[in-house]
Design a protein around this ligand. Structure first.
Ligand code: ADP
Ligand code: MG
Length: 246
């Protein structure tokens, strides 16, 4: 499904938190339809990279373009960017006092001012797609973690994004619920969704990624196909990382 049309382009991106140089000259192009899995040790800048792409985190050097335009800093253009780049976090961040269906409908109705009737239909079909349609009228606390994360994915999809960013979407889940969330992500990947996925799930990286990016200490150390990365990592740091987790 990968095209050669660039959707997300980072060029020489730098970011500091005080003295900490958290993104060091990071350049990365994600093409339309591509699934890029970002792996690397804790503290290497993976979350900051994701947050920079939808401008939750401003950068202090380099450029990021999305769909041909530099990331907007504010206003309506920023709101549009955020709706075009969905984000799924480790913590599901559902609204506790709203039903599952209301959670999924909220963005399109409140942010995009779409008509509730058409949004409801789309939201129900997305809930069906992630296997939660029968729970639509329940509240988040009545669902398991895996179910809540699937709702969070449906909520992101409800905005009809051009890309989805996942930041360790299964890290907070009990082990038996990881698979159901990865299955939904794999099906999105197969359908051609452009995805950047930070994860420690090496099975997902092997099977769903078009490309694996390895980060360490704020640097993009290595970029390769999953087969190359796992069979033949080029850098010492990647070999060291893999030896600890595999
Ligand atoms: P990862 O997701 O790979 O674990 P992060 O992007 O979360 O890494 O963090 C990279 C580094 O930046 C870490 O050392 C972290 O402590 C630091 N960091 C992240 N966010 C902030 C912040 N808002 N203020 C200061 N330091 C931060
Ligand atoms: Mg992180």
């Amino acid at each position: 499904m990968t095209t050669s049309e660039p959707l997300i382009v980072l060029e020489h991106v730098n970011k500091h938190f005080g003295p900490l140089h958290v993104l060091q000259d990071v350049s990365l192009t994600v093409s339309r339809g591509e699934v890029v899995v970002v792996i690397g040790p804790s503290g290497s800048g993976k979350s900051t990279l994701c947050r920079a792409i939808n401008r939750l985190e401003p950068i202090d050097g380099g450029t990021i373009t999305f769909d041909g335009r530099p990331l907007p800093a504010e206003g309506k253009a920023l709101a549009r960017l955020r709706s075009e780049v969905g984000m799924v976090f480790q913590s599901f961040n559902l609204f506790a006092h709203k039903t599952i269906l209301q959670n999924v409908m909220l963005g399109p109705v409140k942010v995009r001012k779409e008509k509730p009737d058409s949004v409801r239909e789309r939201a129900m079909s997305l809930l069906d797609r992630v296997g939660i349609a029968s729970q639509a009228d329940k509240y988040p606390a009545q669902l398991s973690g895996g179910q809540q994360q699937r709702v969070a994915i449906a909520r992101a999809l409800a905005m009809q994004p051009k890309a989805l960013l996942f930041d360790e979407p299964t890290s907070a889940l009990d082990p038996e619920m990881v698979g159901e969330v990865l299955d939904v992500m794999t099906s999105l990947a197969k359908d051609g969704m452009t995805m950047v996925v930070v994860t420690h799930e090496m099975g997902f990286a092997r099977h769903a990624a078009d490309r694996v990016v390895f980060m360490a200490d704020g640097q993009l150390v290595e970029e390769s196909t999953p087969v190359d990365f796992f069979e033949n990592p080029k850098s010492e740091r990647a070999r060291d990382f893999l030896s600890k987790i595999l």
